[in-house]
Design a protein around this ligand. Structure first.
Ligand SMILES: Nc1ncnc2c1ncn2[C@@H]1O[C@H](COP(=O)(O)OP(=O)(O)OP(=O)(O)O)[C@@H](O)[C@H]1O
Ligand SMILES: [Mg+2]
Length: 505
């Protein structure tokens, strides 16, 4: 069956994909025009990643048809997709991390045999160097991928796609770990790809990005196709309504909480070369925001407080008493918990079930001697999973099988199951859809109202301004400013004030 529409590079119809216990895609469709930047949006678990993995040959659809460049195709593996002209930009969980840049760029291409690959290494490195230069990347092609920043990794993957003559480039949440400058850079590159006539499928939870760089947007909800619109004909509220299925009036529902006694006080905390002379306090019921540019040292400060990184000097005082926190279990036994930004490394045991990931760290509280009260634990986990609207067929499924955003929610569930005295949230809503975001903000507000102290690190300025009672700004490892809630009421002005402090002005 030929594809009648000349303008389309990719057409998918009636695509269905089932996983054990989950209908991930239910007869969905997608049309991508030549030279178009097409956004794919939807809540966590809507099926976005599953669909693009089918396009890239990582998954096969159970049923449905796919045309690429007018031809009916059914890619059996990523190589087949690559050779047809489909490239996917990976960032995490990437099998090529331990290859060098050059090896990665030339992966799946001539020289075809392994023997030749070794012989041609020198030539390959030389050629890779030329290519990198052409794109303004001053990197040694012999550097291992794992040693690059996420932004550099993406650039290498994009270069790889372009030199491979990709016709369609897929980006699944490419900006979620980039700072503002890196994001701008990526957008520039995307514009260049588009100018070359390359089509792009762009997945992101950030609505501002969609309206800025995309031509059209397709929305999925719960494995169903909801619709496709041009970016010009749709506004933020309409888009949210398509995704969530209802209107969301106020995403940041910060309630005024009763601010209590000082919970945590940090005096002159220093880690040489990383941060210096950090002093602040946070009170019970208070949400203290930490603003700053990526790399300013905010996560490092938090890791030190939580005992993941050592400190050289300084003091941590918890409810009036100096405490020594040498490892995270010291922190936890004091009632301090932390949700890290790096969820793959610290957050989840991917091969364990949702129940185990949430339950095991909390097991002690549900045990009498060697007896565990599984019934209560199960009820509690079910309840928190419902409050966070975690989308999973049951509590028994492996964390690995959950969508990105739902994995993030499982980490939150683990720490919120038993209310801690203080919680450090480092980028808590990265990769989380708008509906669940507003749910998490509501929970933060509720927990604060119940007397929890919260340290919030976020690169989303709106989030910091919307949720914090007070904001501390970090620049280059030092605190350069502090703002009260009253200073933050005019959101636009607040952003400017914070930004100038964040840049060290
Ligand atoms: N390998 C897998 N095994 C089992 N279930 C899976 C697997 N991959 C995805 N799923 C399920 O399919 C559904 C769709 O997941 P998908 O990753 O496509 O969502 P998504 O739209 O990309 O969400 P997010 O915004 O959170 O990344 C989810 O319910 C998820 O749990
Ligand atoms: Mg996804």
């Amino acid at each position: 069956m030929p594809n009648p529409d000349e303008n389309l590079l990719l057409e998918m119809k009636g695509i269905t994909k089932r996983f054990p216990g989950t209908l991930a895609l239910n007869e969905v469709q997608l049309e991508v025009r030549r030279g178009e930047i097409h956004a794919l949006m939807g809540e966590n678990g809507a099926g976005k990643s599953t669909l693009v993995k089918i396009v890239a040959g990582l998954f096969r659809a159970d049923s449905g048809k796919m045309w690429f460049d007018g031809k009916l195709v059914n890619f059996a593996n990523p190589e087949e997709a690559l050779h047809a002209g489909v490239s996917m930009i990976y960032q995490e969980l990437n099998p090529v991390l331990h290859m060098t840049i050059a090896e990665n760029i030339f992966l799946h291409r001539e020289p075809t045999t392994l023997g030749q690959l070794f012989i041609d290494k020198k030539a390959m490195n030389a050629e890779a160097e030329v290519i990198l230069r052409k794109y303004g990347l001053r990197l040694d092609p012999r550097t291992k991928m794992v040693n690059l920043t996420i932004a550099q990794m993406q650039m290498v993957e994009i270069i790889k796609a372009v030199t491979f003559n990709a016709r369609l480039v897929i980006m699944d949440e490419p900006t979620s770990s980039l700072d503002a400058d890196e994001t701008e850079n990526l957008f520039k590159t995307i514009a260049e790809l588009k100018a070359k006539g390359i089509s792009i499928i762009y997945i992101s939870h950030r609505i501002e990005e969609i309206s800025r760089i995309c031509d059209r947007v397709t929305v999925f909800r719960d494995g169903h196709y909801i619709g496709t619109r041009t970016v010009d004909e749709i506004d933020r509220n309409m888009l949210i309504k398509m995704m969530v299925g209802r209107e969301l009036s106020d995403i940041y529902n910060k309630k005024a909480a009763k601010i209590g006694d000082v919970a945590l006080k940090v005096n002159h905390l220093t880690r040489k070369g990383v941060f210096k002379d950090i002093s602040f306090e946070v009170r019970a019921g208070e949400i203290l925001g930490f603003a700053g540019l990526v790399g300013a040292g905010r996560s490092e400060i938090m890791k030190a407080i939580f005992g993941l990184d050592p400190i050289d000097s300084g003091e941590i005082v918890w409810h009036g008493k100096p405490v020594r926190i040498k490892c995270s279990s010291d922190a936890i036994s004091n009632g301090l918990v932390m949700v890290t930004e790096d969820r793959k490394k610290y957050g989840l045991v991917l091969c364990r079930s949702l129940f185990e990931n949430v339950g095991l760290p909390n097991l002690k509280r549900y045990s009498r001697g060697s007896l565990v009260d599984f019934k209560s634990l199960n009820d509690k986990i079910t309840e928190i999973a419902r409050r966070l609207s975690i989308k999973a067929p049951s509590l028994k499924v492996e964390a690995m099988s959950l969508s990105g955003g739902n994995q993030q929610k499982v980490i939150l569930a683990k720490w919120l199951l038993e209310k801690p005295g203080l919680i450090i949230l480092d980028e808590p809503t990265r990769g989380i859809d708008v509906g669940a975001k507003s749910e998490i903000y509501k929970l933060m507000s509720e927990f604060a109202a119940e007397g929890m102290a919260i340290l919030l690190v976020s690169s989303e300025m709106e989030e910091i301004i919307g949720m914090s009672d007070r904001v501390v700004v970090v620049h280059d490892g030092q605190i350069t400013g502090e703002f009260q809630r009253e200073d933050l009421l005019d959101g636009y002005k607040a952003q400017e004030l914070i930004l100038s402090k964040a840049m060290g002005e």
